[in-house]
Design a protein around this ligand. Structure first.
Ligand code: APR
Length: 240
């Protein structure tokens, strides 16, 4: 792959990049959505109908992210190395709500679906770090309201975060890399087409297997992220 050394690179990641660290994906066999229904735990209506159930779901997922056994893997590390050594701008847009990209050293990072380790107050809008269970009895540290603190997560039917920033970056990208995502959920699944329409960037899919959007990419590599992502990053940096 030939790429101008000053080209900007936008990388979309999904649950597949965290799989080898030990976090479940959503739609693989045995994935999150095979154990619980989206409409019961990941929509605004679910939260209104049964906030305890929703808090329980995210408390369990937050505990998994905080578990001492969870570490970033070689794919997360390779993306942090790319950001550090690539001459042009590198932006990671993750659908993931874990903190493995940060822990691996990525700094230019957008969590478009929110973060498990943050909470948000529906009364005052305050966003705070959150490393403990939430419940309907949680009190907002900023406005001291009770029962208004929700997970800082984008639920189905809600607008993903920083979409303007993401679109600006995609329109300017010389290279778009999609890693570990099934291409089932929009708007993330449409990012490859934003780059293609802009006409200035190359597009690559790095995944365990072809995603729903595989045919939209110029190039692809298939295999475990911990193998194919470091190898791809090495190729980019060798040619920088
Ligand atoms: N290495 C690379 N890719 C992998 C690996 C691996 N070790 N294991 C699984 N994958 C791939 C799967 O082949 C699949 O294409 O990761 C993808 C995971 O797809 P999903 O489970 O659908 O997860 P994701 O695409 O991130 O889901 C997007 O949907 O439920 C919502 O908000 C949730 O952010 C999530 C969004």
């Amino acid at each position: 792959m030939k790429l101008d050394r000053n080209a900007s690179i936008v990388i979309l990641t999904g649950a597949g990049i965290s799989k080898e660290s030990g976090l479940d994906t959503f739609r693989d066999e045995g994935g999150v959505w095979s154990k619980v229904r989206i409409e019961d735990v990941a929509t605004p209506d679910a939260y209104i109908a049964n906030p305890d159930r929703v808090h329980e779901f995210y408390n369990m997922r937050r505990a998994a992210v905080l578990d001492d056994s969870l570490h970033p893997n070689a794919a997360h590390a390779a993306l942090a190395e790319l950001e550090q050594h690539w001459p042009g701008n590198v932006l990671v847009v993750t659908q993931n709500v874990d903190d493995l990209h940060e822990r691996a050293g990525s700094e230019n990072l957008i969590h478009m679906h929110g973060e498990l380790l943050k909470s948000r107050c529906t009364a005052c809008g305050d966003i705070s770090d959150c490393r403990q269970d939430l419940s309907v009895n949680s009190v907002c540290d900023a406005c001291h309201a009770t029962g208004t603190v929700r997970p800082h997560i984008v639920w189905f039917g809600e607008m993903p975060m920083q979409m303007d920033d993401i679109h600006d970056a995609l329109a300017d990208a010389g290279l778009f890399i999609s890693i570990g995502t099934s291409g089932n959920v929009y708007p993330a699944a449409g990012f490859v087409d934003v780059v293609r329409v802009a006409g200035t960037g190359q597009t690559v899919e790095l995944n365990l297997e072809p995603s729903s959007g595989a045919t939209h990419f110029d190039d692809s590599r298939y295999g475990p992220a911990t193998e194919i992502v470091p190898a791809f990053v090495r190729t980019l940096l060798e040619n920088a």
